[in-house]
Design a protein. Structure first.
Length: 131
């Protein structure tokens, strides 16, 4: 069910951090894998230390080596963080109302509101609004 959900929706990052989306892509690519262990090349920096201890079975000795993770724990970890990212607004769903990209919902201020409406003695260095 969660795999169908993740495969059907288009997630949009609202920040530069794509680590959870990368993990979702790894999950979807390995959906048919039924073994207990999964060898992945992924950064689990989004997960807490406790999650990482639960998920990672064996880490490579070098940073460029792949991780061996417990597949089921990895799935729970990634989907838990996916939900948290959606709730926090760090991820959005294309075309959704509840989980839409909040940046698209911001209103632009009319140009005259950008002009300084404070008295000259306030120290405002912006052009003064005369209307």
């Amino acid at each position: 069910m969660l795999f169908a959900f993740a495969r059907t929706l288009t997630f949009i990052p609202t920040s530069a951090d794509r680590s959870v989306l990368d993990a979702v892509e790894v999950l979807l690519a390995n959906e048919s894998h039924k073994g207990q262990w999964l060898t992945v090349d992924i950064d689990l920096g989004f997960a807490s230390e406790q999650w990482q201890r639960t998920v990672i079975v064996r880490a490579g000795k070098r940073p460029d080596q792949m991780l061996v993770v417990d597949r089921r724990h990895f799935e729970v970890c990634v989907f838990t963080h996916l939900a948290a990212e959606l709730r926090s607004g760090d991820l959005a769903i294309a075309g959704a109302d509840s989980y839409a990209d909040y940046r698209a919902q911001l209103l632009l201020a009319p140009p005259d509101l950008l002009l300084c409406r404070l008295p000259a003695r306030s120290g405002c260095s912006m052009p003064r609004h005369t209307g």
